[in-house]
Design a binder for this molecule. Structure first.
Ligand code: NAP
Length: 458
């Protein structure tokens, strides 16, 4: 490879790493996305003058135009709440592309360094699993009827383990037999690897899909990294390693924030090992919007806890407008963000940033949890599981041990939600029955508009 191409690949790799670094904070995240995107454009363009790419330019252009066009259109149209399934789909494509590279190289049956051949097969296996598994994950999150729920049957884990052993054994055979493997074996290996991805994902319920997608994201990164070795392409290696390690860390973080080991996500259904749930006592008490507005307008400190329902209602702009009104009245307003509020990591931060909420009033769980004791009102909007105190007390609860926001420690709690709908975990929330809690029923955005109007009248 000539020096010119190498220098540009290095520049692209540096942009990937710096971009990812900037994504760690909401203040710089947008810039990080742009930097990583520029890196990707650079890596793609420079590949056109790569010495090994000397034909098929038209085909490459058509591929980029079709893929890029579809991604541009769907990326612009997708609703914020549908983002996890879009990520699943795009991630699956990455895994599929890595597997396709491996397939092309292995079909050629040319002499390869034994280590490179082993990496090609590894990448093929992981990429195929990420591809077919991500497609099933997409279907589950999209609510496709036939895929909803967890498909389970007798001895499923044993059958899956058996399938994995067969695929791994075939892969090892291909990797260690030089050019002596047959085409039928190769095709069967790919078919079984794809089947394994499907079989591994089917038993996992839709509720656990975000963690699974993050895991497949890590797989895709690894597969791309391995195929980078096969093609001797440093940009692919670095991009793959960066995605692989970021995906692994994210998977661990999500599992930790939900207090569930990753093996529990993959091999047991959400909540299935639980016993009798703790009885809930008390009753839910409703409050009307004018009373809630008075309570907040005359408070000293209000902490707002947004959750998935705020994303569904797209209420972030109205909530920010309401916050500004409260601030004008001298009320201290802070936002408390749970690490798994919403349906993907950083979901709430993205929404609040979109609405223009300044970062210095947005706090993570660890930073704000002590402050609830001194808050006059905790306003819970569209959040449920992340404020459920049962996570502290009931070992039989599927969310037991999950760190929660201490909304119940505030003097008053107002919960905005449409009705009796459960949260992601499907369990009753004991906070809603507490003496200091009032339910303000309605769609998040409509309620926020009413609160603004009521406050203006005060
Ligand atoms: P949640 O537990 O899913 O609860 C959302 C609540 O919003 C529901 O109770 C629903 O009640 C309400 N809601 C829905 N639409 C609404 C609307 N238009 N207006 C007002 N309220 C509305 O949400 P969460 O507290 O954010 O918790 C997140 C959950 O997702 C956790 O269990 C977490 O473990 C899980 N999870 C998160 C991630 C992640 O990365 N963030 C990944 C995997 C899993 P009504 O139907 O009555 O309105």
């Amino acid at each position: 490879m000539n020096l010119f191409v190498e220098i540009f690949y290095l520049a692209a790799a540096v942009l990937f790493i710096l971009g990812l670094k900037q994504m760690a904070s909401p203040v710089t995240a947008r810039r990080g996305i742009v930097w990583a995107g520029v890196g990707m454009v650079l890596a793609t363009l420079i590949t056109f003058v790569h010495p090994s790419v000397n034909s098929n330019y038209l085909l490459i252009f058509i591929g980029i135009a079709v893929g890029g066009g579809i991604a541009w259109k769907t990326g612009k149209a997708v609703a914020m709440t549908d983002m996890p399934q879009m990520i699943a789909l795009y991630n699956g494509m990455g895994g599929g592309a890595a597997a396709a590279i491996a397939a092309v190289e292995l079909i050629k049956q040319h002499e390869m360094d034994p280590t490179v051949q082993l990496l090609a097969v590894f990448g093929a296996l992981i990429g195929s699993v990420a591809f077919s598994g991500s497609l099933i994950a997409f279907g589950k999150l999209q609510g496709i009827k036939q895929l909803r729920g967890a498909f389970r049957f007798h001895n499923q884990q044993r059958i899956n383990a058996g399938l994995f052993i067969v695929v791994a054994w075939m892969g090892l055979g291909i990797a260690t037999s030089g050019t002596d493997y047959g085409m039928f074996t190769l095709f069967l290996f790919f078919a079984l690897a794809l089947a394994f991805g499907v079989m591994m994902t089917l038993p996992i319920g839709g509720a656990d899909m975000p963690v699974v997608i993050s895991l497949y994201n890590a797989f895709t990164g690894l597969a791309v990294g391995f195929e980078g070795y096969v093609l001797d392409n440093p940009a692919m290696m670095i991009a793959g390693i960066v995605v692989g390690s970021a995906g692994t860390l994210l998977t661990q973080l999500m599992a930790k924030a939900m207090n569930r080991p990753i093996t529990n996500v993959l091999f047991s259904n959400f909540g299935e090992t639980m016993g009798e749930a703790q009885e809930v006592s008390g009753s839910m008490k409703a409050i009307e919007s004018p009373d809630a507005a008075i309570m907040m307008a005359f408070a000293e400190k209000v902490i707002i806890i947004p959750g998935y329902g705020m994303a569904v209602a797209q209420a972030q702009h109205k909530i920010w407008e309401m916050t500004k009104q409260l601030q004008e009245r001298g009320v201290t307003v802070k936002f408390a963000i749970h690490p798994v509020a919403g349906r993907m990591p950083g979901h709430m931060n993205v929404l609040l940033a979109e609405a223009g909420v300044p970062y210095d009033i947005i706090y993570d769980l660890d930073e704000i949890n002590e402050e609830f004791k001194t808050a006059d009102v905790a306003l819970v909007i569209g959040a449920n599981d992340v404020v459920n105190p049962i996570a502290r007390t009931d070992p039989n609860s599927p969310i037991y041990g999950m760190p929660i926001l201490n909304a119940d420690y505030a003097k008053n709690v107002i919960v905005v939600k449409r009705g009796q709908g459960a949260g992601f975990s499907g369990i009753e929330n004991h906070l809603f029955f507490a003496d200091n809690c009032r339910m303000l029923y309605g769609d998040g955005q409509a309620v926020a508009s009413e609160l603004i109007a009521n406050m203006k009248e005060l």
